[in-house]
Design a protein around this ligand. Structure first.
Ligand SMILES: [Zn+2]
Ligand SMILES: [Zn+2]
Length: 312
């Protein structure tokens, strides 16, 4: 089961030619989830040859322009492709108004169903998407307007199959092996019942992805993102501009790194949402500052592809 991250936009505030605005795409076994949809998102999708039709849901962190102005263009792509499944848009209050007003003014023709799920302001820490294999949670951040972070966490998966045990128990190879691997009991020709526990190891953890931007560092984030294989987090400013970070309700890269360190179990942190004041070269400085606290920090770049493999 593949899990991969595509970085579509790493800019904050205003787009630059090589740095579009906030957006990442998570691909899980052919299903796409888009987190934020800043200006330029569809350009990056095109560059990376990702088909927008496969997006199941667009999850928006908050209604600041640099996180949602790409949404209209994305929805307008609809008139050029056919799509049977509905598109879910999940985000804080007023997302629906934003979409509907623009649809009306622009007379947008949309030939499929859009399901808008606005988060309840009194219940931001909640599960927004759930299947048998994984769930997506939102949680409250602290920004100049209502803003949420998201995690996608896979549930436990079955333990690894032991062919030695199956052979020792005289289970014939083939269908019965695959039934056991799927967690079902099987009955042998002599009537003996074999349970999956007899041939499978301990259940193994799934993977976790977290997306956190725009916020001040608050304790809740550590708890929510703990154990992430990949933690994408804003690191908008260098330490020199810590004052700006505080005034604008953002974080420095070092503050992001402190969260990653304190949360525990984070394998990699990707920093994003860079202030347009920094050149690509200066972003290396942000990265260095963060690495002094959390060594597994990487500054993200538009167009990056990051596979998220199982630990074992
Ligand atoms: Zn922003
Ligand atoms: Zn913002």
């Amino acid at each position: 089961m593949n899990l991969e991250l595509f970085v579509l936009g790493t800019g904050g505030s205003i787009p630059l030619p090589n740095r579009y605005l906030s957006s990442v795409l998570l691909r899980r076994d052919g299903e796409f989830f888009l987190f934020d949809c800043g200006e330029g998102t569809q350009m990056s999708l095109r560059t990376l040859n990702l088909k927008w039709k496969k997006i199941s849901a667009i999850l928006i962190t908050h209604t600041h322009a640099d996180h949602i102005t790409g949404l209209l263009g994305m929805l307008m792509l609809s008139s050029q492709v056919d799509r049977s499944a509905p598109l879910y848009v999940i985000g804080p209050p007023r997302i629906e108004e934003y979409i509907e007003q623009n649809r009306s003014i622009l007379a947008m023709y949309i030939n499929y169903k859009i399901v808008i799920k606005e988060l309840d302001p009194n219940n931001l820490n909640t599960v927004v998407w759930e299947t048998e294999q994984y769930r997506i949670r939102s949680f409250a951040l602290k920004h100049s307007r209502m803003c949420v972070g998201y995690t996608l966490e896979e549930l436990l998966r079955p333990g690894s199959f032991s062919p030695e045990n199956a052979e020792a128990l005289k289970v014939p190879r083939g269908e019965l092996w695959s039934a056991l691997q799927k967690g079902r009991n099987v009955v042998l020709e002599d009537g003996k019942v074999i349970t999956p526990e007899q041939v499978l190891g301990k259940p193994r953890p799934g993977r976790k992805f977290s997306f956190v931007t725009d916020t001040r560092p608050i304790e809740r984030i550590q708890k929510e993102v703990a154990g992430s294989d990949v933690f994408v987090c804003e690191g908008m400013f260098t330490n020199e501009h810590a004052q700006s970070a505080e005034e604008k309700q953002h974080m420095t890269a070092m503050e992001a790194a402190t969260i990653a360190k304190k949360a525990g179990g984070i394998k990699k942190m990707g920093i994003t949402h860079f202030s347009p004041r920094y050149t690509d070269h200066q972003i290396r400085l942000l990265e260095r500052e963060a690495r002094s606290i959390f060594p597994e920090t990487y500054s993200l770049k538009d167009g990056m592809h990051i596979p998220i493999p199982y630990e074992e």
